[in-house]
Design a protein around this ligand. Sequence first.
Ligand code: UDX
Length: 448
Amino acid sequence: MNIVIIGAGYVGLVTGACLADVGNRVTCVDHDPAKLDALQRGQVPFYEPDLDAVIVRNVAAERLSFAASLEPAMRHADIAFIAVGTPATEDGSADLSHVLAASAELGRAVERDTVIVVKSTVPVGTCERVQRTIDAELRMRGVPWRATVASNPEFLKEGSAVDDFQRPDRIIVGTDDPQAQRLLAALYAPYNRNRDRLIVTDVRSAEFTKYASNVMLATRISLMNELARLAEKVGVDIEAVRHGTGADPRIGHHFLYAGVGYGGSCLPKDVRALARLAAEHDQSTPLLDSVQAINDAQKRLLSAKIREHLHGRLEGATVALWGLAFKPNTDDIREAPSLVLIDELLRAGATIRAYDPVAAERVRQAVPDARLQLCRNARAACEGADVLAVVTEWREFKSPDFRWLAQTLAQRAVFDGRNLYDPQYVEDCGLRYYGIGRGRRETALAPA
Ligand code: UDX
């Protein structure tokens, strides 16, 4: 098929590259000329495993191209995706200006019957607005073409986006139009070989499902984080509780990790946007409000623990920090727990020696403070530090040399914001261990 994608951002690029990879001809349209030039040379503007290789081979095969305008690609397009950003506005609602601008542009560029697919995460009712916007343009032009708008939310995760797209657990298509249903079923057939992945529903339900999924995930995390706080008080290890509760298939093991709070470009934004949508319909959202409040507090937990260990003396202390990205395998720092920790430590007068395999440059730009020192590797970050805080569970942080850390960290303590380590083992190596919800009987600090 001939496909046009508006927005060469995260979702647009992964969608375009993967659809080209199964044989479609894809044009990604974006207004940023520097980005388009870089992409044409195979340079991806963010870190995402495997994506650059998929882009390079499909550009070389002339199945994937990049363009600054919808012309002439729309002349042949069977399907056009809207995959532009919907950032949060000040009141938390989704900013639809890019979606509506793309809709108007599409209305001016459609040259045949086309299915328009909204992939951006948008509040209920947006696809209908998109349809009205395009129809108005088509009417103004006096052309006979039909543009059918369908919802097709994206569920891919950063860090495993290519794999998620190629092996989806569900593909949600929202449209009542039988022709659009057939076309999208054909488009996604390569990912639906066993015919068990495609869920066709109405437009509004599809839009809502995306928010419901992210809100469900965020709620699970906040619940585990609340339980973790209680676990610490009553001498319970939340990791043991995670194993025990996750074994119930109704609960399941995924997404049950207590930690320093959820971040990223989706969960925080979508919880806020759904609460905002509810408020617009005079509905209160006590659960969503708590989910957010717990998450905000969770992001501040590590700095409180560090402060306590140092008897309130953060001023002049040096904290080694492992992990800056909001999760591993990405350089995305949007709403990252590390940023809250950095802010609190800097404000309290501490110095930070931070290391992240790929996100350091983004943090350097976001936090231009001389007391935030970005280090070349994990060990270097610990040299001259009092304590170590681990905020992102990159693979290379999973088995550190604790005996070396015990000799290196002046205040001999590890703050494990992702519950990566065995508390007893860390303490046997001569360090004080602090996790999230790792309550258990007090163990004496073993000699170094
Ligand atoms: C999320 C959704 O998972 C995805 O389906 C949607 O399309 C976009 O939003 P993403 O933001 O890439 O994906 O990351 P995800 O893996 O969901 O993690 C979100 C945050 O939750 C991270 O900060 C992560 O560290 C945190 N998290 C995740 C936990 O604290 N505990 C967990 O058990 C799982």
